[in-house]
Design a protein. Structure first.
Lengths: 243, 243, 243
């Protein structure tokens, strides 16, 4: 399976062209868009989101992962293998948490060259063909040369910020469930937010609460409302854990 | 075919994870998203929308139908079979109109248990695996036990409210075409709206009209404009039929 | 491959129903949405967008192309073949640039009739079944009769207007890269916009620039910002080339 984790949007031309490349290069491998609205142009929050959601997929999955503000610059193109899952994308920190949390990890700089490489759409011209080749059985070693990825040891193990606003207006933090005490309050957007087991456990309509979501991130929601608008939350908004 | 009728959104992680489950469980069955923007968290308007659009699909279709404000509560998980089509989702009224309009119908409470069930994402953990099993040929009786679904006899046969705003700003009512006299006026958003055969039959740019759409719902539109903004229509806005 | 170029949106019911028709009629042919947010109801800018993006696809591709403000009127339904690629959609100018730029081109009026034809959704009832039949190997001549498409010689070869706003807020013009001198300034939204090789070549955050995008259209962008909001650009905004 090839899983897309990008900031490309779905309606426009980017995801469609990428899917077309995958389909033509690896016609028997299903391609699924997981996120087409990953934090746009900001690899740091995207890295925490990717690590949380990739863990749910089976080990043989190939992740086409493109949040790439440096496209066209000298930033390298990467294949990262972490606990069996393979990630294809820019060497800009997007794989930092996936690599840090892996039992075993290895990286390659992509040396495979496409017949034509545009200056602005490496997702289509470089990363998608490489992801499709991996998914159809080619080796990492045949597509790149071993390197050490650019690492970000200064980034925390869990990020006390909003990393994603979902379709319902729920605000996902970069904090894994196990790192937040079950009874802790979260401070965000000027409010003190108590935990709840789930949506139906919250009595008051319009009340904010936090819970550990189905991909193990602490998430702030409002019962029958939008947490992003109600609390003024956006990607990058800081969150404080108050136990 | 598995058809998705949900309020999950497409860009975020929910539809992608559901498609991944369907793909892995029933790899040979195509999965198609019909609505990813069904009325969020409101099963009543969603029930009228689902009944109108499901009727267009062939009888063997499996509908993965998730508008589920009570996820995590004691609400039951359901398989409904109505005129050959099967529906998998929460027992919260979402299948009321499908069941009411069916010549023959039967329901099962899902007893199949996933290895892991999150508190907040039964669409991925419970409903998708069951829908995929039905689509690949398993029996309803092997996945659940016969029950009577929770019914809503107090809901009308046709709902005189807006049940959906589409991509163009057109406002769909819960009224089937045959229940509205062809010459009737609709009152909605403080305006009196005359019928028209179709968009090109309306001369004035910016003029509101109603017509019976391609899935047999009375729909309010504005020629070269957005009816939702122009008339202040939203899901739940009442509509009056004035003959 | 069947490629969708429409203004249907993805979340709502339109694209899903079209995909269902394609899947049932040509189950072995992949269907990919390229644009679901083509300029709504405006065939002229859509024609320049289609021509730029279709050129990237292999010759055997079938394009289901529906931007159709005249649905339900007497406008004809068309198959256009241009340099091997086939296009199915309304005869309203949408294929003007594809036809004009083709080495060899031929058109047919669709005479194939569906069992049921709704007044408002020819994409589902007429164009999708015809596109699927072409994709599975049927001849144009068996589905229509040769005609001359309605042409628009008054439209320019390149359109000095914004024809699309993408997911990032970048504004695509209808100008092919080769028609704009590399050092030219573009005037749009009251600003003078200088060229840049790509995003990473622009130093200042918030600064507008233009470049030739990966499908050979001149595109206006803002480094780490949205050009549409920053410059007040929308589909139809005029652009002046100042060399």
């Amino acid at each position: 399976m090839i899983v897309l984790f990008t900031d490309f949007g779905l309606a426009g031309p980017y995801t469609g062209q990428v899917i077309a490349v995958l389909q033509q290069t690896a016609p028997d491998v299903p391609a699924i868009s997981l996120f087409a609205d990953a934090p746009a142009g900001t690899p740091k929050p995207a890295a925490y989101l990717l690590a949380a959601y990739a863990a749910w997929f089976p080990p043989e999955t190939v992740f086409l992962s493109v949040v790439d503000p440096g496209v066209g610059s000298a930033r390298r193109a990467l294949i990262a293998e972490a606990d069996g899952r393979r990630y294809v994308g820019p060497d800009n920190g997007l794989f930092e948490l996936v690599l840090r949390r892996a039992g075993r990890a290895q990286c390659w700089e992509i040396t495979w060259q496409p017949p034509v490489l545009s200056a602005s759409f490496h997702g289509r011209d470089l990363f998608a063909p490489v992801a499709a080749r991996l998914a159809r059985g080619e080796d990492c070693a045949g597509l790149g040369r071993p390197i050490a990825a650019t690492r970000h040891p200064e980034w925390p193990d869990d990020l006390a910020e909003i990393v994603y606003i979902d379709h319902y207006g729920n605000a996902l933090t970069g904090l894994r469930g196990a790192t937040v005490p079950a009874a802790a309050r979260l401070l965000a957007g000027g409010e003190v937010i108590a935990p709840a087991a789930n949506f139906s456990a919250v009595g008051d309509e319009g009340k904010a609460f936090w819970y550990v979501n189905s991909n193990d991130l602490a998430e702030i929601a409002v019962n029958r409302g939008r947490a992003d608008r109600g609390l003024g939350l956006a990607i990058g908004t800081p969150v404080v854990v108050a136990s």
